[in-house]
Design a protein around this ligand. Structure first.
Ligand code: S3P
Length: 446
């Protein structure tokens, strides 16, 4: 059962000639962080381009529950922060909805404040592992009481006298890294996070922007990030770039839909996020980066994607996984239309996202006529080439926005329509998906 109301099925029908400009919404990762770091600064942070998806709106509500003032004035979100260590104790349960990023980062932010808070989420979030965050938070002195297996609902009692921590992340996770850094903000001395594989670095960049002392070094052990605790964070003016993970959907739709030529302007190409686009190019996609430039210290480009009838299956380098972890579902759709196999190793983390994304995609792809092999941390899609992917099925989306959007993109090129059992979760990250795709010429029906 979803917690967002009755399920709303949606179907995608064979389309052709997608064209025009696709202005995708603001980056989800950066949007969450803008509100949370803004709430921990002293004074007024102003944010434009914020993603107004449900996940981020739930984080805005949570920040108000901890005492920050968060409101929208015209196009700008204005946050009056309470300062590092200044969170008030909420008098109700914090509901983070569908958002793993929201709940994990907020747990980190409150874990070194002398307050208690109880967290919950929807049926998807309440299944996801939280021990990966509460284990390092315990080292700061925080205590947590959740359901068995470290699941939500969960109460965290923040440390009264937090100590700084040195922590090597056991899984490649920007959420875990960020939770530890956020907790480290209110611990005296230096908190150190070591990650063997680089994950998205938005927290590090934004903390530096807010005036924290934070240094990243490349060593034999991996990335070593050292944060000096108890800074006064200075409020910022933030322009949120557009989300490469949302751009993935119109880009991939254009590649597999006959006669398409779509421009997706202003997409951040931070190397910790852009892996999908290089993978698509390796598969022979007609995907180009136009007008390459730098904005706010991040590489940005306009992406032009054209129908690509000669896609080839490839082995996706395992070391690229972290930089495209949210894009494997839609990549597996593109792979279904390629010639030959696409092998995707090193992707165990896909099993603990909003759904088990390997299982959800493999099940739907097989039902639609595409062979898929899988192991615990790898999967292979056996491409059928264009014109030979049957479709004509209804697939389960398991409260997972990216599963819903991936199968809808698939339906633009399958022989018979693809239907998703519930399109509601799309609003967590890409509320304008339906109107944007329809404007490009894609055929979607409720
Ligand atoms: C995110 C990190 C990623 C990603 C998620 C957003 C973030 O998860 O899947 O959608 O904003 O930090 P990991 O924590 O597994 O890296």
């Amino acid at each position: 059962m979803s917690s967002h109301g009755p399920a709303t099925p949606m179907s995608a029908h064979k389309s052709s000639g997608l064209s025009g400009e696709a202005h995708v919404p603001g980056d989800k990762s950066i949007s969450h962080r803008s509100l949370i770091f803004g709430a921990m600064a002293v004074g007024e942070t102003r944010v434009t381009g914020l993603l107004e998806g449900q996940d981020v709106l739930d984080t805005a509500k949570a920040m108000r529950s901890f005492g920050a003032d968060v409101e929208k004035q015209g196009d700008t979100w204005v946050v009056h922060g309470v300062g590092v260590g200044g969170f008030a104790e909420p008098d109700h349960v914090i509901d983070c909805g569908n958002s793993g990023t929201g709940v994990r980062l907020i747990m980190g932010a409150m874990a070194t404040c002398p307050i208690a808070a109880t967290f919950t989420g929807d049926a998807s979030l309440n299944k996801r592992p939280m021990a990966r965050v509460t284990d390092p938070l315990a080292l700061f002195g925080a205590r947590s009481y959740g359901r068995s297996g470290g699941r939500l609902p969960m109460t965290i009692i923040g440390a009264e006298n937090p100590v700084p921590v040195t922590y090597t992340t056991p899984v490649p996770s920007a959420q875990v890294k960020s939770a530890v850094l956020l907790a480290g903000l209110n611990a005296p001395g230096q908190t150190v996070v070591i990650e063997r594989e680089a994950t998205r670095d938005h927290s590090e960049r934004m903390l530096a922007g807010f005036g924290a002392q934070i240094v990243t070094e490349d060593t034999d052990e991996g990335h070593v990030i050292t944060l000096t605790g108890q800074p006064e964070l200075k409020p910022q003016t933030i322009i949120v770039p557009r989300d490469p993970s949302s751009a993935a959907f119109p880009v991939c739709a254009a590649l597999i839909t006959e006669g398409s030529d779509v421009l997706v302007p202003n997409i951040g190409l931070n190397p910790t996020r852009a892996g999908l686009f290089y993978t698509l190019q390796d598969m022979g996609a007609d995907l180009t980066f136009e007008n390459m430039r730098e904005e706010g210290g991040e590489p940005v480009a306009d992406l032009r994607a054209k129908y690509s009838p000669d896609l080839k299956g490839i082995e996706v380098p395992a070391e690229r996984a972290a930089s495209m972890i949210d894009e494997y579902p839609v990549l597996s759709v593109v792979a279904a239309f390629a010639e030959g196999k696409t092998y995707m190793p090193g992707v165990k983390e896909l099993r603990v996202k909003e759904s088990d994304r390997i299982d959800a995609m493999a099940t739907g792809l097989r039902a639609a006529g595409v062979d898929v092999d899988e192991g615990e941390d790898w999967w292979t899609v056996h491409g059928r080439g264009f014109g030979d992917v049957a479709g004509g099925v209804t697939v389960k989306t398991h409260l997972d926005h990216r599963i819903a959007m991936s199968f809808l993109v698939m339906g633009f090129a399958t022989n018979a329509p693809m239907t998703v059992d519930d399109s509601g979760p799309i609003s967590t990250s890409f509320p304008i998906f339906e109107s944007l795709m329809t404007q490009l010429g894609a055929k979607l029906t409720q």
